[in-house]
Ligand binder design. Structure first.
Ligand code: SF4
Length: 404
């Protein structure tokens, strides 16, 4: 009988990348993947502990399926917590242990065709933000072997991948444990695979330098990046122990923004950090108002064990929720504004879905929808014209395809 497995993933892009790698490996070991946990014999739970909710959801998933008698393997940041232990039917396995325990014989790991794919290039972080548990779970920053990464990209390109998204915990630190710097490594990738689209997932302000900015200017990187802000108040940034002041953030923001006419910059903001006064929050609102953000992820402050901020007195929940509401309202209008800026303009994009409608992602990460067409293949790179904005997506028409 066919043995089936599924993977339940919580958290960041690095977790998503590692889940995908686990899926490839297990699939190449004659296990078959299913989306449905009920029909799976083996459940992999790739857990997240960045927020209280992530930890709770991870624990719930592990308990739910182990109680049903399934074999559960927990992995990811969750298993690094000093106070969690595997219960019955549950095994804790670190990411690298999957390649040790599931040895692939005569089969390619890359059976699945994906048009856009994540590529992990490093793991861990040397900063110590006062609220963040990640350095405790992922450890110090270390690069993946550049040769290994290049081999992986080559396999993806062979199997039909058109776009890669470079990801990690702090990808700007890439180059710390290998001999090549991030910008040179990205140039190498482009030189070897000139048709491959390369996206940088996220970068911290102190890592934004002229070499990185040039990659956007020269169209080596796609015009989109995530630049986490967290707070618009220097006082709060200081107590968060963020590795930059507002001035550094703004400099990085405008250098990136001006590097390409289509540039999209997204951000992360924490609301309700314990030291955030009403005035500090207003400073955040002011910065968000002023900067042409394409989108932002808003996180409610979540107290995490092991961190410095754990002992800080929390703000009342209703205050945090009210701040979240104001910020979401503002961000939603910025998201629409950003898309509307491109009405009447053309962008390149990749078609990811073509059935009742076409769905795709533009180079600057605007999600677009356009009428279905028999002449267009999924995975094709197309030129689109933006006609309007609806539900935070662009209504678009396809101007031409690769074959035209
Ligand atoms: S930069 Fe700060 S928030 Fe980001 S992973 Fe490192 S310690 Fe955590």
């Amino acid at each position: 009988m066919e043995r089936k497995f599924t993977i339940i993933t919580f958290g960041c892009r690095l977790n998503q990348y590692q889940s995908e790698k686990i899926r490839e490996r297990l699939s190449a070991c004659n296990l078959s993947f299913t989306e449905n946990p009920e029909e799976a014999e083996l459940i992999i739970v790739n857990g997240c502990v960045v927020t209280h909710r992530g930890e709770r959801d991870t624990r719930k998933a592990i308990n739910k399926y182990s109680k049903k008698g399934k074999k559960v393997i927990a992995t990811g940041c969750y298993i690094k917590l000093p106070y969690v232990h595997p219960a019955n039917n549950v095994i804790f396995k670190e990411f690298h242990e999957f390649s040790r325990d599931y040895v692939v014989k005569n089969t390619s790991l890359f059976q699945q065709k994906r048009h856009r794919t994540l590529v992990g290039i490093q793991e861990g972080c040397d900063f110590r933000c006062s609220y963040c548990i990640v350095p405790f779970t992922r450890g110090k920053a270390r690069d993946r072997d550049p040769e290994e990464i290049m081999k992986e990209i080559k396999e993806y390109v062979k199997s039909g991948t058109r776009e890669i998204v470079l990801t990690g915990t702090d990808i700007g630190s890439f180059g710390k444990t290998s001999t090549i710097k991030l910008h040179s490594f990205i140039r190498d990738i482009k030189e070897k695979f000139p048709k491959l689209l390369i996206r940088l997932s996220s970068i911290l302000p102190p890592h934004v330098n002229k070499e990185i900015v040039s990659l956007f200017r020269e169209n080596i990187l796609m015009p989109h990046v995530h630049l986490p802000l967290q707070s618009g108040s220097d006082k709060v940034l200081r107590s968060m122990r963020r590795p930059y002041k507002l001035k550094t953030y703004l400099k990085a923001f405008w250098e990136l923004y001006q590097s390409h006419p289509d540039m999209a910059i997204g951000t992360d903001i924490i609301v309700g950090f314990p030291t955030e006064s009403e005035t500090d929050f207003k400073e955040t609102l002011k910065i968000v108002e002023e900067l042409p953000f394409a989108y932002a992820h808003i996180f409610l402050y979540s107290k995490r064990p092991l961190t410095e901020a754990f002992r800080f007195k929390e703000l009342p929940y209703n205050v945090i929720k009210e701040r979240e509401r104001k910020l979401i309202e503002l961000i939603n209008s910025k998201r629409k504004e950003f898309i509307r800026k491109f009405i009447g303009k053309s962008l390149t994009g990749i078609v990811e879905y073509n059935r009742e409608v076409i769905k795709g992602t533009a180079a600057n990460y605007i999600k677009f929808v356009s009428p279905a067409s028999k002449n267009i293949k999924e995975g094709e790179i197309v030129k689109i014209m933006i006609k309007g904005e609806k539900d935070y997506k662009a209504d678009a028409i396809i101007l031409n395809t690769e074959s035209q």
